[in-house]
Ligand binder design. Structure first.
Ligand SMILES: [Zn+2]
Ligand SMILES: [Zn+2]
Length: 255
């Protein structure tokens, strides 16, 4: 199972900065931020399943465009999996005939290109030998993370979250966790903003990692563009026994 980082910034700006999207092999996406713009039309046509962490725009921005771009040539729907609240927000505010057509009834109501599939925390999806487990998260809107696993090896992605006890419990139950992609959005000076928006800042990240009982390689995602330098410096000074690196677009993980 190959996981390719298409976008991992908390914002946009320049060719290397795109918002959250991960490609799992050729057929699955985790989130649909502006990183999806890196896919060719043929690569977009191959996407059968899209798992969303939550409804925020930086994680769904290119979903309407992707669906529109492939609609004419797909005979099967693209399944979009998310919490019921996330799907309801997308249907009410994006695919509502105002911001974008309602592709859940297009091109035909009986054979639409977009299928909304509710999921719940803890649910396990299997695609051949590949497994995707829904992880808990604690953000300003209903949100989840995901763990991708195959042959006993796994990669967990936090999505957007503040320090979340349930996520810690879930990760600590995964002895074979090889990689952890975890968010941090703001530097310490913006601690209050991180709290209000339910993101991590470096000290909270440090607390989270200190309570992990497994030993994954840690990669930081979702730094806000104007905070990258300061937050990276603060993260590099954390006293963590785990190796911590900044996640980069284009990086590929194998589990
Ligand atoms: Zn968010
Ligand atoms: Zn976000």
């Amino acid at each position: 199972m190959k996981i390719r980082v298409l976008g991992c910034s908390g914002g946009v700006g320049g060719p290397d900065r795109h918002t959250t999207a991960l490609a799992v092999d050729d057929d699955i996406l985790i989130d649909c931020g502006t990183g999806v713009g890196a896919l060719s039309i043929e690569e977009m046509l191959a996407i059968d399943h899209i798992f969303l962490t939550h409804a925020h725009f930086d994680h769904v921005a290119l979903l309407p465009m992707l669906i529109d771009s492939v609609a004419e040539r797909r005979s099967r729907p693209v399944s979009v999996y998310a919490l019921p609240e996330t799907l309801a927000a997308l249907h009410a505010h994006v695919f509502n005939w105002v911001l974008w057509p309602d592709f859940t009834v297009l091109p035909e109501a009986l054979n639409p290109v977009l299928k909304l599939q509710p999921l719940r925390v803890g649910e396990l999806f299997s695609f051949g030998g590949r497994q995707i487990q829904v992880l808990p998260a604690a953000h300003s809107v209903p949100a989840v993370g995901y763990c991708m696993a195959q042959n006993g090896s796994s990669l967990a992605f936090s999505g957007d979250t503040t320090l979340c006890e349930e996520l810690l419990d879930a990760l600590n139950a995964m002895p074979a966790l090889r990689y952890l992609l975890i968010e941090t959005a703001f530097p310490e000076a913006m601690h209050a903003k991180a709290e209000i928006s339910r993101h991590l800042c470096p000290s909270k990240l440090g607390e989270f990692l200190s309570r992990l009982k497994t030993s994954p390689e840690v990669f930081i995602t979702h730094l806000k563009p104007l905070c990258e330098v300061q937050a990276s410096r603060e993260i590099s000074m954390l006293e963590s026994v785990l190796p911590i690196q900044m996640l980069l677009a284009g990086e590929v993980f194998e589990v």
